[in-house]
Design a protein around this ligand. Structure first.
Ligand code: PHE
Length: 507
């Protein structure tokens, strides 16, 4: 069944949807843990540079590709670079599916924490010592609560709920997406502003802000900091996964993509710094130490900080609930866009109905998401991640997050810069732009971005040995460290090959 291509009902609808996509777990969960891991002040400067050097120009490229072709990524790239382009497009979609699966799993846990806010997560005044899983503390602190939760089957229920919510929002495409983001996006800004005000008005909160923003020039010389900043920038702006091209494909041809890209990047990065301020202030007020993985800041440290707010118990609970509601809302407005990228790609290529495309994606992906919630404990010492699901998630995230987005960015820049022509894209974008792009834009797309991305990818691959995760103490499961990256590469390459070679159904 073929349906006419949809459109956003208003520019505001598009901006809300695209900024809702950009603002997500990346801004709250990953930004703060990356900033912490790479040493606060050493991180935000490369990150800021990445915004102007890579982020904004690449968003213009991705918006431009969607609006010029009115196609989602694989077919848009086919127009620019033939079959090779389409292959890259499907490879991107395949990687996006991996990210979607674990992204939804994390959202499921956030939902679990949200529900726990009125259960035992914020038992008044308790910070039980952490004894990994063995003796579930009677009055759990956040870490114990989290690990107790993920070592049960409950998160699978939460994951299915989040998937159903996504499908519900996506059921009529732009129309239902727009209806959801009109409510969710303003709400999440409101919650974030409350969190910031609470954080910086606590005594000592400002020290956290200073830690985040005091430049640390020594740290900047490490290539790993740049890799961290670049991948974080791509992820945070929802680049390199086909999302922004899919969203922009529903825009009219004469939309001002330069303005759109500047606005969405600005909204995203403002939210990100606000989240950094809120989280680092809590960190410093309670002198918390976020050892461990990416998730620990938002899942152990922040709730512990909230628990220590010397407020009435119901205020603590309400605050905790508000924090996880914020995470869930921000995550949902992103996960819908992650799913819309493959959905629109399938609809464009095979002219199937939206319902069929969504079912085709959701059924295997729900199973995939649930794998990331497998509760078997494989690392009792918790030097790694404890459960099988969390270990799968951590290793998958390492590979897909760090490498696929940047690789896609590299090839997109090469295709637009050298095959289609950066000058042509610049002319097309400028035609409807109030602020005109200068020649520097072509220079960035053709030379700077591909070169910088290539360097970062090659350097990080060289520094990769021994494989990520192989140091974990997980008897019997050590093979996962090499199996996961191999599986990801083989699966995505085959997927891309098969889909590129299927016939495109003409309108
Ligand atoms: N930008 C989202 C976030 O920060 C994640 C995302 C990446 C969404 C890529 C869509 C595409 O959480």
């Amino acid at each position: 069944m073929s349906t006419p291509r949809q459109n956003w009902q208003s520019k505001l609808g598009f901006i809300l949807a695209a900024s809702g996509s950009a603002i997500g777990l990346g801004n709250i969960v990953f930004f703060s843990s990356n900033a912490y891991q790479y040493g606060g002040g050493a991180f935000y400067l490369p990150y800021f540079i990445a915004l102007f050097l890579l982020g904004m120009p690449m968003m213009m490229v991705e918006f431009g590709m969607g609006a010029l072709t009115h196609q989602s990524l694989p077919l848009a790239l086919r127009r620019f670079a033939g079959k090779k382009g389409e292959y890259l497009g499907w490879w991107t979609i395949a990687s996006a599916l991996f990210i979607t699966m674990y992204y939804v799993a994390i959202l499921g846990w956030a939902l679990g924490m949200m529900l726990g806010s009125f259960g035992s997560l914020f038992e008044p005044g308790v910070t039980a010592p952490f004894t990994p899983m063995t003796t579930p503390a009677s009055s759990p602190n956040a870490t114990v609560y989290f690990f107790n939760m993920i070592s049960t089957w409950n998160p699978m229920v939460y994951i299915v709920i989040i998937w159903l919510a996504n499908i519900f929002i996506l059921r009529k495409g732009t129309q239902t997406i727009e209806a959801a983001v009109r409510i969710f996006v303003p709400l999440m800004w409101a919650f974030m502003i409350i969190l910031v005000i609470r954080g910086i008005t606590l005594e000592g909160g400002i020290d956290g802000v200073l830690y985040l923003f005091t430049p640390d020039l020594a740290g900047i010389s490490q290539p790993s900091v740049w890799k961290g900043a670049f991948s974080q920038m791509f992820f945070s702006l929802s680049l390199g996964l086909g999302t922004m091209t899919a969203y922009a494909s529903y825009l009219p041809k004469d939309a001002d993509q330069v303005n759109n890209a500047m606005l969405v990047s600005f909204l995203n990065c403002s939210f990100e710094y606000l989240a950094g301020v809120a989280i680092f202030s809590l960190l410093f007020v309670f002198a918390l130490n976020p050892a461990g993985t990416t998730l620990s800041l938002s899942f152990f440290v922040i709730p512990q900080g909230i628990n220590e707010l010397s407020a009435l118990p119901w205020v603590v609970r309400l605050f905790g609930f508000g924090f996880y509601l914020l995470v869930v809302l921000a995550g949902l407005t992103s996960s819908i866009s992650l799913i819309e990228a493959p959905a629109s790609a399938f609809i464009d290529k095979f002219r199937i109905s939206r319902g069929r495309a969504l079912a085709f994606i959701a059924i295997p992906s729900i199973i995939g998401s649930c794998l990331f919630a497998l509760p078997y404990i494989i690392d009792p010492g918790l030097s790694g991640d404890g459960t099988l699901g969390l270990t799968l998630l951590d290793i998958t995230d390492h590979w897909v997050f760090n490498y696929s987005l940047l690789t896609v960015g590299f090839f997109e820049a090469v295709i637009i810069g050298w095959i289609f022509g950066a000058d042509k894209l610049r002319a097309a974008l400028n035609q409807h732009a109030k602020v005109k792009l200068g020649r520097w834009f072509e220079f960035l797309i053709k030379y700077v971005i591909p070169l910088v991305l290539l360097l970062v990818i090659v350097f990080s691959l060289i520094a990769e040995w021994p494989l990520y995760g192989s140091a974990y103490d997980m008897p019997g499961y050590g093979w996962l460290a090499s199996f996961i990256p191999a599986f990801w590469i083989v699966f995505t390459l085959i997927f891309a090959y098969l889909l590129t070679n299927r016939k495109t159904k003409e309108a």
